[in-house]
Design a protein around this ligand. Structure first.
Ligand code: ZN
Length: 194
């Protein structure tokens, strides 16, 4: 079964679980719960900054952060990274005990603590292996923006669920438009060790 990434590199989905034979995204209620949770979570993550950039620059200088392109970890315990900072996560994961936290919701917190303590991958780490990552290659995918819009559309009447999945509550309970969804503030999921 082919594995595909959607929106951000990292999380992999079984192609058959989320796409029809025509490479259309399946209706969300036909997608198994676990991949659906990650898919919906992704909608709230694709516009977010890299965690390491965010730790470096903070909310006040968020414009200096690179937008995340990579996601690792479990939904709600995930780490978002730009290509520049992916090697820090890889180094922490492989050499600094990060793999012990794989599969847990503490994964992101532990990595953030490591970064916040001033750690980073040594000079040159990961610069070679990065090239041949994903040797199988990605199959052609429908436009990823299109996928995101479809996910949002499918949940049109059910926006509160999206916000809950994104770890954000909407106390006002008013309907949200597309722009609001794009601006969902996930900062509560950012480092807990400020
Ligand atoms: Zn970064």
């Amino acid at each position: 079964m082919a594995k595909v990434s959607v929106g951000l590199r990292g999380w992999r989905f079984d192609e058959e679980e989320i796409f029809t034979d025509d490479e259309e995204l399946k209706p969300l209620d036909e997608i198994p719960e676990e991949p659906r949770e990650r898919l919906v979570r992704l909608v709230g993550l694709v516009e977010e900054p890299c965690d390491v950039c965010y730790l470096e620059h903070g909310e006040d200088e968020i414009h200096r952060c690179n937008q995340a392109e990579i996601v690792y970890g479990e939904p709600k315990g995930e780490v978002l990274l730009c290509p520049e900072h992916e090697r820090d996560l890889l180094y922490w994961f492989r050499e600094e005990g990060g793999s012990e936290h794989a599969g847990t919701l503490e994964f992101a917190d532990r990595f953030h603590e490591w970064v916040a303590a001033g750690n980073e991958a040594p000079e040159g780490y990961g610069s070679v292996e990065h090239v041949d990552e994903d040797p199988d290659g990605l199959p052609d995918l429908p436009d990823q923006q299109d996928i995101q819009e479809r996910v949002e559309q499918d949940f049109d009447g059910d926006r509160i669920d999206i916000l809950e999945l994104a770890g954000e509550s909407n106390d006002e309970g008013d309907e949200l438009d597309e722009d609001d969804l794009g601006d969902v503030d996930l900062s509560t999921d950012y480092p807990s060790n400020r």
